[in-house]
Design a protein around this ligand. Structure first.
Ligand code: F3S
Length: 651
């Protein structure tokens, strides 16, 4: 039977035979792993605890790219630990200043047809070149590095048929914002979006990365484009044409669903606060005074993106009430923009060029002012994501962001350039990028690695390991949340909090800090507790601290109306039982500090349904445990680390 591209790649990586039916658990051999500094300390501590001396996948890369702001000893401690651990464990390091992980990974390590697992939700960026790239939690990356197959629930494969061509002033960002407008932040759960159709060949790899990267906001497992002539051109420009493999869906293949998007019909779009799917046109959005503009990041920090923004700003000046900054996504792109004069245009316009790092995208610097309106080309606008919960963050393309920077309100590039907007269409990616891998440290030989010592500063605290669940769980509700809780709500982003991520006892004190500042002390005092969540609990960033911190504070289960994929996996890995209300209306019957009892819990978990008694309200309800056999085993063991050690027979 003819196979679509996604099934073809998954089938080539099956570690156990499978019919690959939707919803079935499949096991995959992983080729590449990716980690970054603000999540990775936990990954490498876990990998060390497993006891293997070296990564077992073809290529593992550790990026020092998110937090380059050394406020005190904590972040440099983390970076030194990560660099020394990489040397010991056979992992590449991309040093601070080389660029943002996804941009560097696709350019310097990406290979069509390979399968990559990354400890970052925007790992699907690499789907732009026909790779299957899946964002997972850090413990999953540690697992992949052992060479054991990775479990994945077989997703639905959805065909996204692109026709037409983007008009000048529109950007691939408008394609993914349109996908979000149509499908919402939950629409992609359990799905892979496979982009096909005549519109695909009009998009360069730099356009495709915006779409696959931000497919994470749809909740999708991943997104993928074919490896066609555009990919060949990109890899040739990277001096890596020899690694190119043509990858297409087979003629006559079928899909589990279909979406049509006519690129020519799109207008510049804008996602309004506080969800990326709250999308309207820039024309129609209520005009507001813009305080801050950020151009760049991993989603829209390519050569083409920054060059287009520079052309909108050329000969103009950033509005006097606007603070405008720019993050180019990698050193090679920065150098090319410098050579071609685009950075000079930005500087002349009053744009402040920032370090080659994620920085403001994850609230590491450049927080908006109180009630400030921020326009960003990044991928998330959750409340607090920019470091200030009062800020209103709007997501747009670089062309639109540059126009807003000029006028100080929401505007399109066409409003600034008039008919001259057509010149934006002339910008294409370079035929050849400046190639210099001197900022990538290659793995040592095993003999050399054996002599290396891993350096642990005082910020590197041991990884906490949960206990296996007890037969009777009797505890109170330490928190009841609303819908769409993000991992930013659970573990706030900022330079200060990010630097605590290697020190769980310290960081857990700030768990839910901006949502409910009393949660951490309340949970700690209770000793054991349960969290009640609404719809789409745990959406957003893959950060597993959103599971580790509650686990450290004694949270034993989360009972929610629905749950985001990566967060659910992180809860399992860290021994917190994810449960879903069988009847969502039961959510209304449970309140903060209610006392809940689950008898025979260990026996009920494999049945996938538990009876919960609410002693306070004198009611009962049922909760589903939507886990695979393997995940049930992990939960009963007390999390992935204990499970892995058992698998690898170290205990
Ligand atoms: Fe970094 Fe923001 Fe992308 S944190 S990896 S630039 S989503």
């Amino acid at each position: 039977m003819a196979q679509n591209l996604s099934r073809k790649i998954l089938a080539a990586h099956l570690a156990k035979p499978s019919k690959m039916e939707v919803g079935e658990e499949i096991y995959l051999k992983v080729d590449q792993t990716l980690t970054h500094d603000i999540n990775a300390v936990m990954t490498y501590l876990a990998f060390e605890a497993i006891g293997l001396d070296c990564t077992k996948v073809e290529t593992s890369v550790s990026y020092l790219d998110h937090n380059l702001l050394y406020l005190d000893h904590k972040t440099p401690d983390d970076h030194i630990y990560l660099q020394s651990a990489a040397k010991k464990l056979g992992v590449y390091v991309s040093r601070p200043g080389n660029g943002i992980c996804h941009a560097v990974q696709v350019a310097r390590f990406g290979v069509p047809g390979k399968l990559s697992m990354g400890g970052d939700s925007h790992t699907p960026h690499g789907g732009s070149i026909g790779m299957m790239c899946i964002g997972v939690g850090g413990m999953d990356v540690a697992t992949a590095m052992t060479g054991l197959p990775m479990r994945l629930k077989m997703p639905k494969i959805i065909k996204v048929n692109l026709t037409g061509r983007l008009r000048p002033g529109c950007n691939a960002k408008d394609v993914i914002l349109e996908m979000l407008r149509q499908n919402t932040v939950k629409g992609g759960l359990g799905k892979i979006y496979e982009y096909v159709g005549p519109g695909v060949s009009t998009l360069e790899v730099s356009d495709r990365v915006t779409i696959t990267n931000m497919g994470a906001e749809l909740g999708a497992t991943t997104s993928i484009f074919p490896a066609d002539d555009m990919v060949r051109k990109f890899m040739k420009a990277q001096g890596r044409e020899d690694a190119f493999v043509e990858m297409y869906p087979e003629e006559g293949c079928s899909y589990d669903g279909e979406i049509d998007i006519d690129l020519s019909s799109l207008k510049p779009l804008i996602a309004c606060p506080h969800q990326p799917d709250n999308v309207t046109t820039v024309e129609e959005v209520e005009k507001k005074k813009v305080q801050q503009v950020l151009i760049g990041g991993c989603t829209n920090g390519s050569y083409k993106d920054i060059a287009k923004a520079a052309l909108v700003l050329q000969g103009r000046h950033v509005h006097e009430d606007v603070s405008c900054t720019c993050v180019v996504s990698s050193k090679q792109i920065y150098k090319q923009l410098l050579r071609d004069g685009y950075l000079e245009m930005l500087i002349d316009a009053g744009v402040r060029l920032l370090e080659l790092a994620c920085g403001p995208c994850c609230a590491i610097g450049q927080s908006p002012a109180t009630d400030g309106v921020a326009v960003r080309t990044t991928n998330r606008n959750f409340k607090g994501r920019a470091g200030n919960p009062t800020a209103l963050v709007y997501l747009v393309s670089p062309e639109t962001a540059a126009a807003c920077a000029v006028t100080g309100t929401f505007s399109t590039a066409e409003e600034i350039l008039g008919t001259g907007v057509v010149m934006l269409d002339k910008i294409v990616e370079p035929e050849e990028y400046p190639i210099d891998d001197s900022m990538i440290i290659r793995p040592l030989s095993r003999e050399e690695a054996a002599k290396e010592e891993i350096v642990r500063g005082p910020n590197i605290a041991p990884l906490p390991v949960p206990d296996a669940p007890e037969q009777t769980l009797e505890c109170k509700v330490s928190l009841k949340t609303t819908d769409n809780i993000t991992t930013d709500d659970i573990t706030p982003a900022s330079a200060e909090f990010s630097s605590m991520r290697s020190n769980i006892p310290l960081m857990s004190q700030y768990c839910y800090h901006r949502y409910d500042p009393d949660f951490a002390s309340r949970a700690k005092e209770l000793g054991k507790s349960v969290i009640i969540g609404g719809e789409n609990y745990g959406q957003g960033s893959s950060r597993e601290h959103a599971a580790i911190n509650p686990m450290y504070l004694g949270v034993k289960a989360v009972i929610a109306k629905s749950m985001a994929r990566i967060h659910k996996g992180n809860l399992v890995n860290h021994g917190i039982i994810p449960m879903i209300f069988e009847n969502p209306k039961d959510y209304d019957q449970v309140d903060l500090m209610d006392e809940l009892v689950i008898e025979n819990l260990r026996d009920q978990i494999p049945q996938r349904i538990v009876e919960v008694e609410n002693k306070t309200k004198k009611t009962r309800f049922r909760a589903k445990i939507e886990l695979s056999d393997n995940e049930v085993e992990v939960i009963l063991c007390g999390g992935q680390l204990r499970y892995l050690k058992k698998q690898l027979k170290y205990v």
